[in-house]
Design a protein around this ligand. Structure first.
Ligand code: NAD
Ligand code: WQD
Length: 345
């Protein structure tokens, strides 16, 4: 599992370990803390923690990847599949640093494919994003809706999807599943694992979490003049533990067929920014301060998944609602006000 110390990787690691998988996690900690690996071990408990190996490496380093895959899994057994989370993910930063985004997101995926091919590993689960669609023509968004990425980050994801699809045509023994996540939020219910971005959060939920513990003064609500019922943007927020379970479902269905497949992971339900602020305030037990400001450039009014394909083919459905997402996110932030590394407010 690449990017195992990150937000979605750490939760998926817990889910897979708990389900009995052995996991070799890799990460370079460029956007995460080594404490996340300790927390994964703490959440799963001592009996299972031994099934997690961790190697610090940069996924752009093909030789290091080759050495790892060549060494086999724990005890020298073969690696069954790779889950590839590692990437840079900030849309605004990708506009300023496109080369770094293409290098980390696209080149690293190519190095990974080469290393997997060299060592006979041909099952891959890839982290894609609803942002490959850009402005959707109609809602909810099915997988076959046109891809029209509007920023370098989203383009890296769409390029990787096309590389993987082409690979599966040329080499038909590969089994690749791309999962397009909508807006992952929340935390593990233990309060031990959660979203801990470096610097000022770009995304609304971690921003609200930091407002709630006083690290940030108030949320800026970007625009109240969208064509939505309350005028603020609507998104399909999905609990990160539901998302983790989606990866396990994909893992369990990898062998259903060869080739390339893509699935949306979302709830199918939209929530506005003001509804999210109200739900999070409810979880915290007091109103959180916010101010309505102008629109953020590049934002769209509404993005909601059509998650039916994942339900039909993977047997996966979300089980957790907005109140669960807010409760668990708050529990993590309350217990870790300064994040994993205890950053001062
Ligand atoms: P994250 O930043 O928390 O996790 C990514 C992890 O990858 C981090 O731990 C980081 O240190 C690591 N990493 C980055 N570059 C690396 C490199 N060169 N070598 C090794 N490790 C490296 O992000 P996340 O939210 O957990 O996202 C995981 C994946 O899901 C990413 O591919 C992201 O693009 C995708 N995704 C995320 C969202 C979202 O909103 N969080 C939505 C759609 C898709
Ligand atoms: C959600 C809503 C904002 C911050 C991004 C990526 C996407 C995917 C998920 C990776 C919007 C509003 C936000 C704030 C606000 N990531 N907002 N104040 O933009 O839907 O999606 O993350 O693949 O690719 O683009 O998520 O959390 O930034 O915004 O009012 O301080 O909250 O306008 O309506 P977004 P977000």
């Amino acid at each position: 599992m690449t990017g195992a110390a990150g937000f979605i990787g750490s939760h998926t690691c817990v889910d897979l370990l708990t389900a009995g998988y052995r996991v070799i996690g890799v990460d370079d900690f460029s956007n995460s803390s080594p404490h996340a690996i300790e927390r994964i071990r703490e959440v799963v408990g001592p009996d299972v923690a031994g099934n997690l190996d961790f190697v610090e490496l940069d996924v752009r380093d093909g030789a290091a990847l080759g050495k790892l895959l060549g060494g086999g899994g724990r005890g020298g057994g073969p690696v069954y599949a790779v889950v590839h989370f590692a990437a840079r993910k900030a849309v605004g930063e990708s506009v300023r640093m496109p080369v770094e985004y293409y290098d980390t997101n696209v080149n690293a995926t190519l190095r990974l494919i080469e290393a997997m091919r060299e060592h006979g590993v041909r099952r891959l689960i890839f982290s894609s994003s609803c942002s490959v669609h850009g402005n959707a023509d109609s809602l909810p968004i099915p997988e076959e809706a046109p891809a029209r990425p509007t920023n370098p980050y989203a383009r890296t994801k769409w390029i990787c999807e096309q590389i993987l699809s082409d690979l599966c045509v040329a080499e038909p023994d590969w089994r690749v599943i791309a999962l397009r996540y909508f807006n992952p939020v929340g935390a593990h219910p233990s309060g031990l694992l959660g979203e801990d971005p470096r610097g000022i959060p770009n995304n609304v939920m971690p921003y609200l979490q930091q407002v709630a513990v006083g690290r940030l003064a108030e949320l800026s609500v970007f625009g109240s003049d969208y064509p939505t019922p309350d005028g603020t943007g609507i998104r399909d927020y999905i609990h990160v533990v539901d998302l983790a379970e989606g990866h396990r479902a994909a893992m369990e269905h990898l062998d259903d067929q060869t080739g390339y497949r893509v699935y949306n992971l979302g709830t199918g339900t939209g929530t506005s920014v003001l509804q999210l602020v109200a739900a999070f305030s409810e979880a915290v037990g007091r109103p959180l301060p916010y101010r309505i400001v102008g629109r953020r450039p590049g934002d769209v009014a509404e993005l909601v998944a059509d998650p039916r394909r994942a339900a039909e083919e993977l047997g996966w459905r979300t089980k957790r609602g907005l109140a669960d997402m807010c409760r668990d996110a708050w529990e993590f932030q309350r217990r870790n006000p300064g994040g994993y590394d205890g950053v001062a407010g």
